[in-house]
Ligand binder design. Sequence first.
Ligand code: IMP
Length: 427
Amino acid sequence: MPALVLLGAQWGDEGKGKATDLLGGSVDYVVRYQGGNNAGHTVVVGDQKYALHLLPSGILSPTCVPVIGNGVVVDPSVLLSELSGLNERGVDTSKLMISGNAHIITPYHVTVDKVTERFLGKRKIGTTGRGIGPTYADKINRVGIRVQDLYDESILTQKVEAALDVKNQMLTKLYNRRAIAIEQVVEELLGYAEKLAPYVADTVLVLNQALEEDKVVLFEGGQGTLLDIDHGTYPFVTSSNPTAGGACTGSGVGPTKITRVIGILKAYTTRVGAGPFPTELFDEDGAALRRIGGERGVTTGRDRRCGWFDAVIARYATRVNGLTDFFLTKLDVLTGWEQIPVCVAYEIDGKRVEELPYSQTDFHHAKPIYENLPGWSEDITKAKSFADLPKNAQDYVKALEEMSGAPISAIGVGPGRDETIEINSFL
Ligand code: IMP
């Protein structure tokens, strides 16, 4: 019963789509367990490039069942347009399953996300503006709307009423906005019910039965470890648990069933939105990483902040997720630098610190301590095995592995599906 978790080991955008897709052919189920359409996977299949926000990347594999678990927040309009976009390109999406317990992002959640950010001014989080935080807030406050509510008009109306009660007061009295009409929201949501009905399923039962039947289940995390609501750089985080534990709560599969936890690790570091980022570069090197790495958000189109690899963060990701492996991505982007700095520890108030400080104040003051590793200039995009890499690239990978605390089992050397070196099989 192989159950693999694949998650971002940094601040998201590590190239998870490519890793999921590499496994696509041998995986029976690909499950998203948290987040919503704040995520963005770019998957390249042949000469076709697909940008997915909400759907699990397994949707592109004809033999795989894509699953949206209970921990995900679903914007039905985005889901339906993503599905029809794929259908137009000839992708069969009929196997998709959506948990009836997944929460729905309504237009009022998107409104609240945007006005809250505006209200926060310079203290804003830099959210994707997709309504993610307010939808999870309603879930925790027990005034959320779930997919299953679309099939009972009376319950749906009561729940929308309860949710809008306070929000309308807030919108009109605090934010100076118009109140949102309950009937309009109910009508819009009911309009999705029939279209979503073929996909709604008891995904907890389906996944547990699949594991009993020895099927391969892949849990695909959105965002990344440092954006986790509990373990990330709070408050500059997303509102869910991208870390490994989230795969269990967000899908209804118990921790004893998980066999492998793979952290996707970019060969350098990027971040979108606000918050601390010790190795961030404001110079030519940062601009070059952004340009060569194509570091622009798939979801928001925002430029990503770029910096050197941070081993302190990688070690933290190993610990907090119980990582068994790393998938190192975008190694090719570093080709051409004579020396590549790698952050091995931080200096905080004059002291050397080897591990991620638990205090936000300390992390904000952390200055990277770098070690320079020798670079390489050879094109590595055609490398098929570790031995094909130039010696300095091999040494860079080995150094990262040693500092990060888990074996690097695959290396991405280019954006294409086959531009990957597999060292240890994930299955
Ligand atoms: P939210 O998830 O829209 O609430 O945004 C919260 C923070 O997470 C912001 O800094 C976003 O830029 C960041 N974020 C959300 N989704 C992603 C992602 O898929 N990749 C990278 N950053 C993300």
